[in-house]
Design a protein around this ligand. Structure first.
Ligand code: URP
Ligand code: ZN
Ligand code: ZN
Length: 478
């Protein structure tokens, strides 16, 4: 008996047709099919079936959802808690085309890394509207057990850590070195907030004694050299420990040069910068509300900004992330009068700004204006973070089998950023009035439409914790 050949049934949930599919390394006109939250196929003339939702993306770009590798949601910091909780922050992320966020867990004194992650996840899981993972901000490795607990975090699916060379909860160089040594053994990546704490403290004292209290002096006390020296030292420590290093929120020329040099020598040194350093300079601290721009590291001079853009174009900056850490204007006003009613100064302003909804739109707008390619914007905001943080088995690209985290981008839709048009809980944005060329018009998180034409359509708690793979980088592979 002759067997009838079975027709392959695709059973698609969603078919995005006629778009231009842009990934880090290709640009093609094609259709993209989604089934069960995964990308099922990319090809020409894919046909819908009964029940398939068809979206016409003619004239639009179809991109991987962005991965924001650096957020601080509901974080106790600067005498308060950052304004956006996990729902507000991820809602805002989705509306800016970001489909995964990496939030920071700050380890408590005596707390193991996994306990810190679980403590934070209990707050995040019920709230998140897009997928998420964590980096652990290491604060205490004073016992062998605490240091060894980094390995348990890697097994738990969190293989990335951050050490702070600044702030009172930051670590000293000895602890930093031990964290690097441990990371080399267990397949982890260490990120670093590089600013010279001692010099910063001295400058703060001197400026305050001279009555220099406004936001400009925040910049001066954390100037180019204060950051650059720490970048160089951090790279040296990583070289000595024989491991990789990820410099977060890089904002100065000397640091860019140090990263370039180390990479040219073959070391696995990676750098992240943030849109605020690419768009603003230290001039913002001269504004009437300069305190709204207080973040660490602060925005630097034009020379540094130019060096960062050059580093991006050369390939020496691996990722762009937001460092989203918003505070209300009333909290920023603690720089004038503290919450206890005392005279304030630049050190009493909570450090951080909102940006989670602005990263992908800004970088894509710069691409649309011709400064970088769209492929480069995707690489910086999606593909490289996924590779660096061990997510590339599920996210960061548009390939069959990966999560259907997709952004549809209209290159013709112009957009002026206003706080009213943002979807977080913050009462102001440093990006107010910035004009973007092109804007995301739809975001899908694992195939679910979570944002369309200015409206958030996702659900609180729908985001999933993503387990990341162990990490090992032997050279400047990205
Ligand atoms: O000003 C900032 N960046 N606040 C958040 C904490 C940090 O250092 O990343
Ligand atoms: Zn930092
Ligand atoms: Zn940060």
């Amino acid at each position: 008996m002759q067997r009838r050949k079975k027709r392959r049934v695709l059973q698609l949930d969603l078919l995005i047709k006629n778009g231009t599919i842009v990934t880090a390394d290709s640009t093609i006109k094609a259709d993209l099919a989604v089934k069960d939250g995964k990308i099922m196929a990319i090809g020409q003339n894919l046909k819908p079936e009964k029940g398939t939702e068809v979206v016409d993306a003619k004239g639009k770009l179809v991109l991987p959802g962005a991965i924001d590798g650096h957020t601080h949601l509901a974080m106790p910091f600067g005498g308060t808690i950052s304004t956006d909780d996990y729902y507000a922050g991820t809602r805002s992320a989705a509306c800016g085309g970001t489909t995964t966020v990496f939030d920071f867990v700050l380890q408590g004194k005596g707390e193991t890394m996994v306990d810190a992650i679980k403590r934070r996840d209990a707050i995040a899981a019920p709230d998140v509207a897009v997928d998420y993972s964590f980096h652990v901000g290491v604060c205490d490795v004073t016992t062998p057990e605490l240091l060894d607990s980094m390995e348990d975090a890697v097994k738990y699916g969190v293989p990335s850590f951050k050490v702070f060379m600044v702030y009172d909860f930051g670590v000293d160089d000895g602890s930093f070195y031990q964290v690097l040594q441990k990371a080399a053994k267990i397949g982890a990546l260490v990120g670093v907030h590089a600013e010279n704490r001692d010099v910063n403290n001295v400058l703060v004292k001197q400026y305050l004694a001279e009555g220099k209290t406004d936001a400009w002096w925040h910049y001066m006390a954390k100037n180019e050299d204060v950051e650059g020296e720490a970048d160089v030292r951090a790279i040296n420590l990583a070289k000595m420990a024989g491991t990789s290093l990820y410099i977060v929120h890089l904002a100065n020329k000397q640091g860019v040069e140090a990263v370039t040099k180390a990479r040219d020598e073959g070391y696995p040194i990676f750098a992240e910068t943030c849109p605020q350093y690419l768009y603003f300079t230290n001039e913002v601290y001269k504004r009437e509300r300069g305190r709204d721009f207080v973040c660490s590291p602060p925005m630097k001079g034009k020379e540094s900004q130019d060096a960062i853009w050059a580093g991006i174009k050369r390939g020496d900056i691996a990722t762009v992330a937001t460092d989203h850490c918003p505070f209300t204007q009333a909290e920023k006003d603690w720089g004038i009068t503290t919450k206890d009613g005392k005279p304030g100064n630049f050190t009493t302003i909570p450090n951080g700004c909102a940006g989670i909804e602005n990263m992908y739109p800004y970088m894509l707008s710069e691409a649309n204006k011709g400064r970088i390619s769209f492929n480069k914007a995707v690489e910086l905001c999606a593909t490289n973070p996924s590779k660096l943080f061990g997510l590339d088995h599920v996210k960061g690209d548009l390939l069959p089998g990966l999560d259907a985290d997709i952004v549809i981008y209209d290159p013709k839709k112009n957009f002026t950023i206003t706080n009213d048009a943002m979807h977080g809980d913050t009462d102001h944005t440093i990006w107010e009035g910035a004009k973007l060329k092109g804007y995301p018009v739809a975001t899908y998180s694992r195939g679910n439409l979570v944002y369309k034409d200015g409206e958030f359509l996702g659900k609180k708690g729908d985001g999933k914790f993503i387990k990341c793979k162990p990490l090992k980088f032997t050279g400047p592979c990205l």
